[in-house]
Design a binder for this molecule. Structure first.
Ligand SMILES: [Zn+2]
Length: 244
């Protein structure tokens, strides 16, 4: 994995701006991991994908994340700082489509955890139950009751609930919770941290800032966009200070 250069960052922003977040995540990783195909990346579990996105964010912009949240009790807007390392729940797992097992009183299931393709398949389901059933059918590899194979589309609700819990345990990086506390009213709560949304918002802001810098320097010196982008951020900053 390589950090996003200024040039790559703009390319990713251009391509991903009109994409669904599921595809944006893969566009980001494709730019950083040219040795992997789109299919390889889409087959990563959501936790593996998010672990890589966290690493890419760290390599590109440093180990500290600064975010904004709103207190659910008093609506105070608060800023939070968190180290990427504290959001890395699991050591990087590069394993492909690993099979896991779950045994209930009478059922034995073999399953894999959802990847980007699975989520893309259910993205248009309006009914959450239908989405869950479709995910189960895609991710359950084998199901049997007392040794007799059963159809994964006919699993009882309790088994599906247990399966969802087990999937979350097997891929903990897929759901990262942040502990937040409101400085105004002392309310403490947990919020889901979505690295795709976070990274994208930050990248879009960086892309626009870069383009403004290119505009300023191109106008002042007549330099080409590619040359301005190829400079280190430090050097670009120095020239910007000279002309503004
Ligand atoms: Zn509050």
């Amino acid at each position: 994995m390589r950090p996003l250069s200024a040039h790559n960052l703009l390319r990713v922003w251009e391509v991903g701006e009109n994409q669904h977040p599921l595809d944006r995540a893969l566009t980001l990783l494709a730019a950083a991991c040219p040795e992997l195909t789109w299919d390889d990346l889409a087959a990563l579990s959501i936790g593996q994908r998010d672990g890589r996105l966290l690493r890419l964010r760290e390599q590109t912009s440093g180990p500290q994340l600064n975010g904004l949240a709103e207190c659910p009790r008093c609506s105070e807007r608060l800023q939070f700082d968190v180290a990427v390392a504290t959001l890395q729940v699991t050591a990087d797992a590069d394993g492909g489509e690993e099979a896991w097992e779950l045994a209930t009183e009478d059922l034995a299931l073999q399953f894999r955890v959802p990847n980007s393709r699975d989520l893309a398949a259910v993205v248009d389901c309006r009914d959450p139950a239908a989405a869950q059933n479709l995910l189960v059918q895609r991710c359950v590899l084998q199901a049997s009751r007392d040794g007799v194979p059963v159809d994964s589309s006919a699993l009882p609700v309790e088994a599906i609930t247990k399966l969802a819990q087990r999937m979350a345990e097997c891929d903990p990086q897929a759901e990262v919770l942040l502990d937040l506390c409101c400085p105004a009213c002392d309310h403490a709560w947990q919020t889901l941290f979505d690295i795709v949304d976070f990274f994208w918002a930050e990248l879009a802001a960086q892309a626009k800032r870069l383009l403004r810098e290119v505009h300023t320097l191109a106008r002042a010196y007549g330099w080409r966009e590619a040359d301005v982008l190829a400079m280190s951020a430090r050097r670009r900053q120095f020239y910007l200070e000279m002309v503004t």
